[in-house]
Design a protein around this ligand. Structure first.
Ligand SMILES: [Zn+2]
Length: 324
């Protein structure tokens, strides 16, 4: 709810509400919303207020002690994008998301994310959306597949083929019959089980974190007449922080990078399952948990291999890398 004594205009309140609504877009593997952020007209949940704090450079703040959010009205001159970005960022904190560095997790470009810090207001995008990294953080925290953390966006293909690509094959989304939820992925392989795969690539800056990783998927055959095999694999490249500095010591959310200046050109296999024969019922296929040494970061590629080649398509659902 908004502070009853709020000096906000209805326009400002509506901008904040629209920003919060974008958090309800990402779907759990079963098609349900990962979070349900909505306005209540009673003392509950998070109170949202607007203040101008003398001497404060903060754009806004979420307090877990008082369970409230305030936005700094000194920045209101930046208009809608200030309210969208900062309100969404603070509500993500309320949903227990931590800060990210300035760089996003895409291998192709580096843009500020919802949870980036050390970002100037002038860098905010002039559109109201939750970026892929914001979705991945919600998946990591809330996905209900199991007790491990899931690392990918659009895990159940409930938002179609978004964020997924294929090598030696084409992707299409099927509307009903998935595992738990409605949708799943049909992958028409043009190669073999060792060359045709569905993939999603992301960069994970880990610093001194030590975790274990694996790849998991659900697969089934297009029909009982087609011999179908599936394999879950996780590949990686090593990443180094390099010399990039934005002057705030938080370029990539690393406070203690490892001074290993290696950046692989090619992917190296981390972990893969055996090639598993699947019938017309959904079958879970997982690679073994594997530890990785401390590095500044990893570029991961989650791969779902399948061999139902030709006019037949292997079915995939709930494809993800997991961390524990
Ligand atoms: Zn923050």
């Amino acid at each position: 709810m908004f502070d009853a004594n709020s000096p906000w205009s209805s326009l400002e309140k509506s901008r904040v509400s629209l920003a919060f609504a974008t958090l309800n877009g990402p779907k759990d593997h079963d098609g349900s919303a990962l979070v349900n952020v909505h306005k209540v007209d009673a003392w509950a949940a998070v109170l949202v207020g607007l203040q101008h704090r003398e001497g404060s450079d903060s754009l806004g703040e979420y307090s877990c002690v008082f369970n409230n959010i305030w936005l700094n009205s000194a920045y209101s001159g930046y208009g809608a994008k200030f309210y969208w970005k900062v309100a969404r960022h603070e509500m993500m904190h309320a949903l227990s998301a931590d800060h990210a560095g300035r760089a996003d997790s895409r291998a192709s470009a580096e843009n500020p994310t919802t949870m980036s810090t050390c970002v100037a207001v002038s860098d905010f995008k002039n559109e109201n959306f939750l970026d892929r990294d914001g979705e991945i953080q919600l998946q990591w925290i809330f996905n209900s597949l199991n007790t491990n953390h899931a690392l990918n966006a659009n895990i159940g293909f409930e938002n179609g083929t978004s964020e997924w690509g294929g090598s030696n094959g084409s992707l299409s989304s099927v509307a009903s019959g998935g595992v738990g939820g409605t949708k799943y992925l049909s992958f028409d392989a043009t190669g073999t089980s060792s060359s045709s795969y569905v993939r999603q690539t992301l960069r994970l800056w880990t610093g001194d974190d030590t975790s274990q990783f694996r790849a998991v998927l659900a697969a089934r055959a297009p029909s009982s007449a087609v011999n179908t095999n599936a394999r879950a694999s996780l590949y990686r490249k090593r990443m180094s922080e390099g010399s990039t500095s934005l002057g705030c010591g938080y370029a990539r959310a690393l406070t203690n990078p490892n001074s290993v200046t290696i950046h692989d050109a090619e992917y190296v296999l981390v972990s893969q399952s055996s090639l598993t024969n699947v019938g017309t019922s959904w079958t879970t296929v997982a690679s073994p948990w594997t530890s990785l040494p401390k590095r500044d970061g990893w570029e991961f590629q989650t791969r779902a291999y399948g061999n139902a080649a030709g006019s037949y398509s292997i079915r995939f659902d709930n494809v993800r890398a997991e961390e524990k």
